[in-house]
Design a protein around this ligand. Sequence first.
Ligand code: ZN
Length: 238
Amino acid sequence: MANFNTHLNGAFAVSGVLGLTVYKAGLINDSGFLMCVALGTIGGLLPDLDSDNSTPIKLGFNIASFIFAFGLVMHWRSELSLVALIALWLAGYGFMRYVVFRLFTSMTVHRGVIHSVPYMAILGLGLTCLNYYGLHNPLSISWFYGLFLFGGAMVHLSLDEMYSVNLSGMTLKRSSGTAMKFYQHKDKQWYLLLYVLLALLVYAAPPFAPFWEQLRDPTHWAQLKVGVLPDLIDNLNR
Ligand SMILES: [Zn+2]
């Protein structure tokens, strides 16, 4: 199992690079970029959210809550008054810190269930639905938020998987194959519940096709190609 710092850095690095890529492609704006990186980083911490390794997780969650609150304020900075923004900041922080975090730590009994692909898929899809239906965010940003959260969590599970491989002899340790979990027989009722929930969310989720079309739109990637390297060619031509 990878440790807390590895998870924090790994998720931050991956979501940072991916976030920058879609940002440079013009698919998300400034605040969207910030939120995507924050959500990816939070996602990278979520699977280990249990009371056993409390201190670093709590610290990480505190920081993540601050970033989340900051992202919220950035998102609505032009529409809301100063007082409303301060209230939003506090509410956002409090929501993450005292509602979301509590909710997770209260479910620690079933660690094996949290540390799994379907659980994280539910969180990602849930976030997409919340953004699209609840906060009335545009379709693409709603999908990006959910995917970054899910992606961060997948970075976490992959890191755990990699760390369970004994690199010196390339032999598999006993813990191998348990990180990237889709199902575990001893928790079969829990997994049944998870997959039912997931199916409901897939059914209720906002349409994916228009988002996918937008993602595949070549104009975005042409724009990215222009901006991917410093203006070397320009300088050489001069
Ligand atoms: Zn883990």
